[in-house]
Design a protein around this ligand. Structure first.
Ligand SMILES: NC(=O)c1ccc[n+]([C@@H]2O[C@H](COP(=O)([O-])OP(=O)(O)OC[C@H]3O[C@@H](n4cnc5c(N)ncnc54)[C@H](OP(=O)(O)O)[C@@H]3O)[C@@H](O)[C@H]2O)c1
Length: 248
């Protein structure tokens, strides 16, 4: 009983920490939405679940796509408007080579080293931002997660009191660093915080906003719909320099 109460205290303290260290909900600058035009876009995390959706949907929208991949053979997509570059977000020269000449960078960076402190998300994002600022690349759309900053607790009870405190505390802590670096940058950024991800089909209908999700139930969304929302953020200014949640 005592252990259980201690665990509850820890989970609640972590949630408060994630809220305080992540970005607050900032009112979006509601500017007119420019029409989408073909854009040279770099996809970071292109071989991952969301990343593959980003690559396929960006190509379908007519963009000229560069994919950054540690192992280019893992992507399995060929297209005349697709260039796959070998690189690692922790290796600045490879990031800089990929960022140079782009109009936008869209990141679905993630990893599975959950059980030890890591800085891959924050240090990788630091390299991306540095390269963007160096080469004047303005738009950055980055996937983080519900459960951080103003969205703390919004993944539902199961995530707030089990998944995040037991499996993902280091990972989520690094996401707060990642978000803070983005917010401190000079680029035009949009942070996208999805609910639990599925490999389901693109529905097109999803909720988004500074406060979405549920304090009780696990909220979900497919990687296909997240990719759709993220690509919209390349030219939509409604969430510019803010973090938006997205879920079904
Ligand atoms: N799973 C969920 O329910 C959930 C919920 C909310 C938010 N999210 C977040 O959404 C994001 C995307 O998740 P996902 O499951 O779609 O992606 P994922 O399958 O985990 O893919 C992550 C991508 O990042 C790449 N990557 C990792 N380390 C790298 C490095 N050092 N240099 C270059 N690339 C690197 C991976 O490349 P390799 O193929 O080489 O490993 C992969 O392409 C993650 O940040 C995740 O935390 C997930």
């Amino acid at each position: 009983m005592k252990l259980f109460l201690l665990f509850l205290l820890y989970a609640m303290a972590l949630s408060v920490g994630l809220r305080r260290r992540g970005l607050p909900s900032i009112a979006g600058s509601v500017a007119p939405t420019p029409a989408e035009r073909p854009t040279r876009v770099l996809i970071v995390g292109a071989t991952g679940g969301t990343g593959r959706q980003l690559v396929e949907q960006a190509l379908a929208r007519g963009h000229v796509v560069t994919a950054l991949a540690r192992d280019p053979s893992a992507l399995h997509v060929e297209h005349p408007r697709l260039t796959v570059l070998r690189g690692n977000v922790l290796d600045y020269p490879s990031v800089e080579a990929a960022v140079r000449g782009q109009d936008a960078v869209v990141s679905a960076l993630g990893h599975k080293q959950f059980f030890r402190p890591t800085r891959t998300l924050s240090e990788g994002t630091r390299n991306v931002l540095r390269a963007m600022e160096t080469h004047g690349v303005r738009r950055f759309v980055c996937e983080t997660s519900l459960g951080i900053g103003a969205s703390a607790g919004r993944m539902g009870l199961y995530y707030t009191f089990f998944v995040i405190p037991v499996i993902l505390p280091f990972y989520f802590w690094d996401k707060t660093r990642q978000e803070r670096l983005i917010a401190a940058s000079n680029v035009d950024w949009v942070v996208v915080r999805p609910g639990a991800l599925t490999d389901g089909a693109k529905r097109g209908g999803y909720r988004h906003g500074h406060i979405v999700g549920s304090l009780l139930w696990t909220v979900r969304i497919s990687r296909a719909d997240v990719a759709d929302f993220m690509l919209n953020q390349m030219s939509d200014n409604a969430y510019l320099r803010t973090a938006s949640g997205v879920c079904w």
